[in-house]
Design a protein around this ligand. Structure first.
Ligand SMILES: *Cc1c(COP(=O)(O)O)cnc(C)c1O
Length: 354
């Protein structure tokens, strides 16, 4: 056995979260956003598990990610590629039967120029100002498209994680007005955070990502979504230190009483954020152990005084999971769960639990 960090991917939890989101969505149901290697959980196994559970629509950012999904799920489910025609090749569209999302008038011109009979989606920008055709350019889009009709119209909320913000409702109103230009075309609006807004804000096919994996930073999110992964690191060494000893690079932590410090095999070389230095935490058994000193490339030190004598080399400490809440850990680092889970590197060994 090699003592290196491991992520156990709880496929059954991800499926349970999807079922819950699907039931909670409108009649359009829920697809699944599996870009960025299914938010670090492994695009192949996650897509396959969700497809087996009945998920019919997948969303990724790039053509090559779409090809990975197709390989995992086989024929049948729709696979949409968010990042426009620049992010997908004609071969990928054909060979993996992918649906590009057109994001601009330039995308539309290029698509029409290809004379493709393949399905495509259209992204309407209602205020995010990132991707999509602006609402005032819809008439021009219709003109360019001629008799090419999208199979899906989408927009994306900028502030869905703030239930008090009026922005989502304004975007919804603008989207409905623009969508009226394409009667009968299915709609898709809501990301994870929008799932927890008023029901009429969840129009059409929903596109949850982070909620599938048990995260999200909306204050309205239910607290009982199941964790998509458990990130654990093994203890390599345990030290009993007297009062006044410094720990790690820069000696930025000093024991203020005798303490037991465990060194675990996990660091920023694994994607565990250095900004968790002196403020993140792990769980040994069910005892919370604060990170003390700097997170370094391969190693992190935690104060296990309260968990002594559980602290032994080879024991596993949880840093994300059912006890170490993803969003609390990310919050300690000054970021979001998204960044923490998508940033975990290849040195973290993945195991799949079905
Ligand atoms: C990433 C993404 C989503 C999923 O967002 P979550 O916040 O993870 O639910 C949905 N729609 C678009 C356009 C995206 O880029």
């Amino acid at each position: 056995m090699s003592l290196r960090p491991r992520a156990t991917i709880h496929l059954s939890n991800i499926v349970d979260n999807w079922r819950r989101l699907n039931a909670h969505s409108g009649p359009g149901g829920a697809g699944a956003v599996v870009k960025a290697d299914a938010y670090g959980h492994g695009v192949g196994p996650v897509s396959k598990a969700l497809s087996n559970a009945g998920c019919q629509a997948f969303f990724v950012a790039y053509g090559f990610e779409g090809a990975q999904v197709r390989h995992a799920v086989g024929e049948g489910p729709d696979i949409f590629v968010f990042n426009g025609l620049g992010a997908i090749s004609a071969e990928e569209i054909k060979e993996s039967d992918l649906i590009p999302v057109l994001n601009s008038l330039a995308d539309i011109s290029d698509w029409v120029g290809l004379r493709s009979e393949a399905p495509f989606a259209l992204h309407i920008d209602t205020g995010m100002n990132r991707l999509g055709v602006r609402t005032e350019a819809i008439d021009r889009a219709v003109e360019l498209l001629g008799d090419h009709a999208p199979v899906l119209l989408m927009t994306h909320y900028a502030c869905a994680d703030d239930p008090a913000s009026p922005a989502s409702r304004q975007q919804m109103t603008a989207f409905k007005a623009a969508a009226a230009t394409f009667p009968g075309v299915p709609l898709s609006v809501s990301n994870s955070a929008a799932q927890w807004l008023h029901a009429d804000m969840r129009l059409g096919l929903s596109r949850p990502g982070i909620a599938l994996y048990g995260g999200g930073n909306s204050p309205a999110r239910p607290q009982d979504l199941l964790p998509g992964m458990s990130l654990e690191a093994p203890i390599l060494q345990v030290q009993k230190l007297p009062r006044g000893e410094a720990v790690g690079y820069g000696a930025c932590y000093k024991t203020d009483q005798p303490a037991v410090i465990a060194t675990v095999a996990l660091g920023y070389g694994d994607g565990f954020l250095r900004s968790l230095s002196n403020c993140g935490f792990g769980f040994l058994g069910d005892i919370r152990c604060p990170i003390v000193g700097r997170v370094s490339m391969d190693l992190t030190t935690i104060d296990v005084t309260a968990a002594y004598p559980l602290a032994k080399p080879g024991r596993w400490v949880e840093f994300i999971g059912s006890q170490a809440d993803l969003e609390l850990q990310a919050n300690a680092a000054g970021t979001l769960g998204y960044e923490l889970i998508t940033g975990l590197g290849p040195r973290v060994e993945r195991f799949y639990e079905y």
